[in-house]
Design a protein around this ligand. Structure first.
Ligand code: FMN
Length: 343
């Protein structure tokens, strides 16, 4: 048994524990993926971002109702909201709490052009007063024991004006009482280009803990976390209180087990064998079938298959088979064909 490398994480009233989270991932972090993330070692998982208007419009009988379902094995779970008007943010946040989500995260980060063009997501980093007002209204409207957190990028672009806006936003968020911030160390304009700036994460933590004298307010870091060793190094160097894994865990939930072991001071387990991969993919697929039914489930699972194939020695051939597969029976055939090696 090892010694934990970092203190347990708390966000508002929520005790998270080992400071290892699953980031929100549009198109991926649905209930089956969140459950697997947790099984492999994530202490907390966020669903993909919801547009406030979607949350307000979706009815209990609609095809999209799955998105708002929180299952027993999937807790604690946070929901992330995107929008541009504080009225709609507030109504949607209240509905999500009603659905069982235990934390509400506000997306001031999304770099997608269509989103930014509608004054949503990453646009709000460039309009700190509006963003602060949204956070203030949501914080005041929700019960005190439901944490409100904010996801940001390091700025809209690399300009000084943008940097000033980030600090103004961060200070305002602290003032209105948010319970934590998560920062991806790239600008909105950068999208996924270049490398994530973890020096910036260190500056954020220092500003919150020292300048604003709020060492208790958690700062979560994300960006380019693809191995357990990288997570430990980035946490040590930046001083952040936790990390959210994103691209690294799509098709590789074992990264959670490896990272959790490292954070707990244990030996890092080896990569999964083919038999372990097969068992996990089957479990994932079964959860997807249970939630969405066969037709929709097989389609949804395709992108996960593509991601899982990256760990396989015959990745390219397997990827094509997953891409072309349309039925559950076809899935099981592919798994038997490619993952039968008992090593
Ligand atoms: C496919 C995909 C979907 C994403 N969806 C969301 C989202 O819904 N909300 C959000 O805040 N960030 C989203 N992100 C950003 C990630 O949460 C994370 O901040 C980013 O990928 C940086 O971490 P990484 O470099 O380790 O992937 C998404 C990223 C990817 C690749």
């Amino acid at each position: 048994m090892g010694e934990p490398l970092f203190p347990p994480l708390k966000i508002g009233s929520l005790t998270i524990g080992v400071p290892l989270l699953q980031a929100p991932l549009s198109g991926y972090s649905d209930a089956p993926m969140r459950r697997l993330a947790r099984k492999f070692g994530a202490s907390f998982a966020l669903c993909e971002v919801f547009l406030d208007q979607f949350v307000l419009e979706v009815s209990k009988r609609s095809k999209s109702r799955f998105y708002l379902a929180v299952q027993d094995g999937d807790k604690p779970t946070g929901a992330q909201l995107m929008g541009s008007s504080s009225d709609e943010f507030v109504s949607a946040a209240l509905r999500l709490v009603e659905c069982g989500f235990e934390l509400i995260d506000l997306n001031f980060a999304c770099p997608v052009k269509k989103v930014v063009g509608k004054s949503r997501g990453g646009y709000l980093i460039s309009d700190p007063e509006r963003a602060i007002e949204i956070a203030r209204r949501v914080r005041n409207a929700l019960p005190g024991d439901v944490p409100v957190t904010v996801k940001m990028r390091k700025g809209y672009d690399e300009s000084e004006k943008s940097r000033d806006a980030f600090w103004r936003l961060l200070d305002g968020l602290i003032d209105v009482g948010v319970d934590g911030v998560a920062v991806h160390g790239r600008t909105v304009l950068q999208r996924y280009q270049g490398v994530a700036d973890w020096n910036f994460l260190r500056d954020v933590k220092e500003r919150v803990a020292v300048k604003r004298n709020r060492p208790d307010l958690p700062v979560i870091g994300c960006g380019d976390l693809f191995s357990a060793e990288t997570v430990v190094a980035r946490m040590k160097a930046s001083g952040v209180d936790g990390v959210a894994l994103a691209r690294g865990i799509i098709g590789n939930p074992w990264l959670f087990a490896q990272t959790r072991a490292a954070l707990e001071g244990r030996e890092i387990p080896p990569p999964p064998t083919l038999a372990e991969q097969k068992a996990t993919i089957m479990e994932h697929f079964q959860a997807v079938l249970d939630l969405y039914g066969e037709k929709r489930g097989a389609t949804i699972m395709r992108k996960f298959g593509v991601a899982y194939s990256k760990l396989h020695p015959d990745a390219e051939k397997l990827r094509m088979e997953f891409v072309l597969c349309k039925t559950a029976a076809g899935w099981f055939e592919i798994l038997d064909k490619y993952y039968s090696d008992p090593n």
